[in-house]
Design a protein around this ligand. Structure first.
Ligand code: NAP
Length: 210
């Protein structure tokens, strides 16, 4: 698969590395333009190229949206109709400004993402692991220490594609349910960034309060 990245910071870079290790190719983008990504693309190797965000959206079979949440309203929806989007974003009021619908719990960050990209299939994933650990805690299938990562989304086919990708990158996957259920592993919940197996992850997800 070709995976487009809107955002090439801490998370974008390590997810791209892991995806390349799993046999995929990547198109990286940021807010400043492809010419600022030359060094990164060299580091990622021949399966990586830099583009504009619109190119990453258009060319990606799936597209990882991994920017500060405050940038979401500025992102173009071009090229994303019908596509699977991986949403890694978390809400930090100190960085993103206050968002009333998140503060009062009436919605979740990934539901905001789905509202911004109404024709795409949003899957919440990789929001609940520290960027460096995507590399340092990946383990082969069957390893007793293999970590389980939660995902959430409303489209089963999109969740299957994302599950296959994450499993190939060295993690088991637990489907926590609908996009709304993603509140269970937003930042600040017991499950957030927990390095756990499936059984313990389910236990932690149940402790989240809406
Ligand atoms: N860091 C972590 O461990 C971690 C873990 C889980 C989830 N997250 C979440 O994942 C998201 C990304 O985190 P991060 O740590 O990777 O952030 P980061 O290092 O600050 O990188 C953000 C990236 O987004 C790009 N960007 C910003 N505005 C953009 C726009 N309008 N159009 C296109 N690209 C834009 C930036 O490009 P420029 O530099 O060119 O502006 C940069 O490449 C955040 O929502 C964060 O809360 C982070």
């Amino acid at each position: 698969m070709k995976i487009g990245f809107i955002g090439s910071g801490n998370i974008g870079q390590v997810v791209a590395e892991g995806a390349i290790r799993a046999g995929h190719s990547v198109v990286m983008s940021n807010s400043r333009g492809p010419e600022t990504l030359t060094e990164l693309v060299q580091k990622l190797g021949p399966k990586a190229k830099a583009g504009t965000s619109e190119q990453a959206a258009r060319e990606g079979d799936i597209v990882v949206v991994t920017v500060p949440l405050r940038a979401l309203p500025q992102l173009s929806t071009d090229g994303l109709a019908g596509k699977t989007i991986i949403d890694t974003m978390n809400y930090y009021p100190s960085r993103d400004g206050r968002i009333a619908s998140l503060d009062n719990g009436s919605t979740t960050t990934s539901e905001l993402t789905a509202r911004h990209f109404p024709e795409a299939h949003v899957v919440k994933a990789f929001n609940s692991i520290y960027a460096p650990e995507i590399k340092t805690t990946a383990k082969p299938k069957g390893d007793p220490e293999r970590r389980t990562l939660p995902i959430a989304g409303d489209d089963p086919a999109a969740k299957k594609v994302v599950t296959d990708l994450i499993e190939a990158m060295g993690f088991d996957v637990y489907d926590a349910g609908s996009l709304h259920e993603g509140f269970r592993f937003q930042n600040g919940t017991p499950a957030y960034c927990a390095h756990v197996n499936r059984t313990d992850l389910i236990h932690l997800l149940r402790q989240a309060e809406e």
